[in-house]
Write a protein that binds this ligand. Structure first.
Ligand SMILES: NC(=O)c1ccc[n+]([C@@H]2O[C@H](COP(=O)([O-])OP(=O)(O)OC[C@H]3O[C@@H](n4cnc5c(N)ncnc54)[C@H](OP(=O)(O)O)[C@@H]3O)[C@@H](O)[C@H]2O)c1
Length: 250
């Protein structure tokens, strides 16, 4: 889809949707910046991207830490001199009930990783994206519009709703200077997301909540992200695209 000489930064690129997205961008000709808290997984994705013959920069970083976000942006510009596409994808999940009494602690963790980092990366990347007339894609969730997955995810869903809102607001402001901002809102996608967050629920439980009775594979979401970043989506900004097997309408 024409990403030759484009520089794409993807957070959470060591696994799942981010990994599939990084590999697809590299396949489509982009130079990629692979960011993940898990150093081994980040390098594994980076090695796979290099097989497409593109330049790859692997940056292990914890995006919930402001100093790491600054480090990532500085290293990206030092290495490539520009940025064309920012994919704010990394996030964590937590299953907590309000009556457990511990919701605020996990809420703060979720805000820092899933929302503050999006605002911080957007702020630091925006001047560079204005230069390249680039774009931003935020990975949100069907949970931003439907809380059907269950009461355990109240914080996660509220924060993803904030990601949608910030996507639209930043599209409004940055559209004036030629930068598009969109979100993808997946339903269940078979990744390491549940295992890594220790949520004791199987993917089949989430599949059953969808019209199509299935989970997506990560590359399905990656295809949508890469499309939204491409010239084909030149007229799309401020949109939040559901890719949820019909979960939101069930
Ligand atoms: N899978 C789904 O069903 C689903 C549905 C809707 C939305 N989403 C969204 O899709 C996005 C990607 O999720 P996924 O399913 O691909 O999950 P995943 O397979 O767990 O990948 C996420 C990656 O982000 C990394 N990460 C977590 N915290 C980080 C931090 N502070 N700094 C840097 N990297 C960090 C994870 O590392 P560790 O594993 O070491 O923590 C992991 O490698 C997320 O925004 C998620 O909310 C997923």
């Amino acid at each position: 889809m024409g990403f030759e000489n484009k520089v794409v930064l993807i957070t959470g690129a060591g696994s799942g949707i981010g990994e599939a997205t990084a590999k697809l961008f590299a396949k489509e000709g982009a130079d990629v910046v692979v960011v993940d808290i898990n150093e081994d997984r980040a390098h594994n994705t980076g090695d796979q991207c290099k097989e497409y013959g593109k330049r790859v920069c692997v940056i292990p970083a914890d995006i919930s830490k402001p100093e790491d976000v600054e480090k990532v942006m500085k290293k990206t510009i030092d290495r490539f001199g520009k940025l064309d596409v920012l994919v704010n994808n990394a996030a964590i999940l937590a299953a907590v009930k309000i009556l457990d009494g511990s919701i605020l602690k996990s809420f703060d963790n979720l805000v820092n990783t899933n929302l503050r980092s999006v605002v911080h990366f957007t702020t630091l990347a925006a001047p560079h994206l204005v230069e390249t007339k680039g774009c931003i894609i935020n990975t949100s969730s069907v949970g931003s519009v439907s809380v059907r997955s269950g009461p355990l995810f109240s914080s996660y869903c509220a924060i993803k709703a904030a990601v949608d809102s910030f996507t639209k607001s930043s599209a409004l402001e940055l559209g004036e200077v030629g930068v598009r901002v969109n979100a993808v809102n997946p339903g269940p996608v078979r990744t390491n997301f549940l295992n890594d967050s220790g949520v004791p629920i199987q993917w089949d439980h989430f599949a059953a909540a969808t019209v199509l009775n299935r989970c997506c594979q990560p590359n399905e979401v990656a295809n949508l992200i890469v499309y939204l970043a491409s010239e084909k989506a030149v007229g799309i900004t401020g949109a939040c695209y559901l890719i949820d097997n019909g979960q939101s309408i069930k």
